[in-house]
Unconditional design. Structure first.
Length: 321
């Protein structure tokens, strides 16, 4: 029995991506500036992880519908309440942002009252196991740690690519990756969807996915520059087309996995899955329409001399007086 390999696109594709490079870069820049504008003007709908609030653990006589609990809490003034099960199905972990005017002990007491009202029933008694107030200082520390993690990853990628390839590739890869991260973050500012630690984790994972996809294409670019006698645009086009099937299949499978997590992972993981789905789509498009086109512009314009040590040395000698 002969098994045919999965190919969503023909292996001999010959699409002229470089012909569209000005359009693709302009569209990518426009989307990125819109995302930056949204983050600057609308800000994020920060979750309890960043804003502070109450953390309440409840034990119930029998399981209760999570959506019902969220609706009851919303009716009592606690919008965007995070409700999830932990341990057995009879135990709930509830995170509540403080209502306007609530703080300290008053916020803790009102949260306990609202939770008991939302989860208790005549045949389902509830017991509060823990009720703690998390101050906004913790949220600021988490946000700062997230920023440090972002900078650490960017610098690490920059150093790695600069050593493995050449500085022009490193700069193009970092610009592409930052574009993907900014667009994903901008989506949460535009949509108003809750921004919590799981979303931050999803955005950091988008960086890894984006840079990996870009490195695969750049690897082929380097190989083709060494083996082909052609102008840079032809080499870049050939490299994108040769990796196109692999890029699309990998992205498709990754998207299906994260989409399943979005549908069945529960509310606590939905933000992370949403950020990863958007990141996979944007990261795939940017590795095709942004990363390589950047290597044809200005100071980033790449040539054979940038990749072959012998050619580099000869070019350097030719420039000497």
């Amino acid at each position: 029995m002969k098994i045919f390999p999965l190919t969503l696109l023909p292996n001999d594709a010959n699409i002229n991506f470089m012909k569209l490079r000005w359009v693709s870069i302009a569209v990518a820049a426009l989307i990125m500036f819109v995302a930056i504008g949204a983050m600057a003007t609308r800000n994020f709908n920060y979750a309890l992880d960043f804003t502070g609030g109450n953390l309440v653990e409840v034990h119930l006589a029998k399981p209760v519908g999570l959506d019902t609990v969220r609706e009851r809490l919303a009716a009592d003034g606690y919008d965007s309440a995070q409700v999830q099960t932990y341990g057995s199905g009879n135990e709930l972990l509830i995170r509540l942002q403080p209502r306007e005017g609530d703080s300290g002990s008053a916020a803790t007491a009102h949260a306990a009252e609202a939770v008991m009202k939302a989860v208790s029933g005549a045949d389902n008694q509830a017991k509060i196991l823990r009720n703690e107030f998390v101050g906004p200082q913790v949220g600021r520390e988490l946000a700062l740690n997230g920023l440090y993690a972002l900078l650490f990853v960017v610098v690490g990628f920059l150093i790695y690519i600069a050593f493995r390839f050449e500085w022009k590739f490193a700069v193009a890869a970092i610009i592409t990756t930052l574009h993907d991260v900014i667009v994903v973050a901008g989506w949460f500012a535009i949509s108003g969807h809750e921004f919590d630690l799981t979303v931050l984790a999803g955005i950091l994972s988008v960086m890894g996915y984006s840079i990996n996809d870009t490195i695969v294409v750049f690897d082929r670019v380097r190989e083709n520059f060494r083996s082909m006698r052609a102008d840079p645009e032809t080499v870049l086009n050939k490299s994108i087309n040769q990796t196109l099937s692999r890029t699309v299949i990998t992205s498709f499978v990754a998207f299906l996995t994260v989409f399943a997590l979005y549908l069945y992972g529960g509310g606590s993981l939905r933000g992370m899955a949403e950020s990863q789905m958007i990141g996979i789509i944007i990261g795939t498009l940017s590795s095709i329409f942004v990363a390589c086109p950047l290597l044809t512009l200005g100071l980033l314009k790449v040539s054979k001399q940038d990749l072959l040590p012998k050619a580099k040395d000869e070019a350097a000698l030719a420039r000497r007086p």
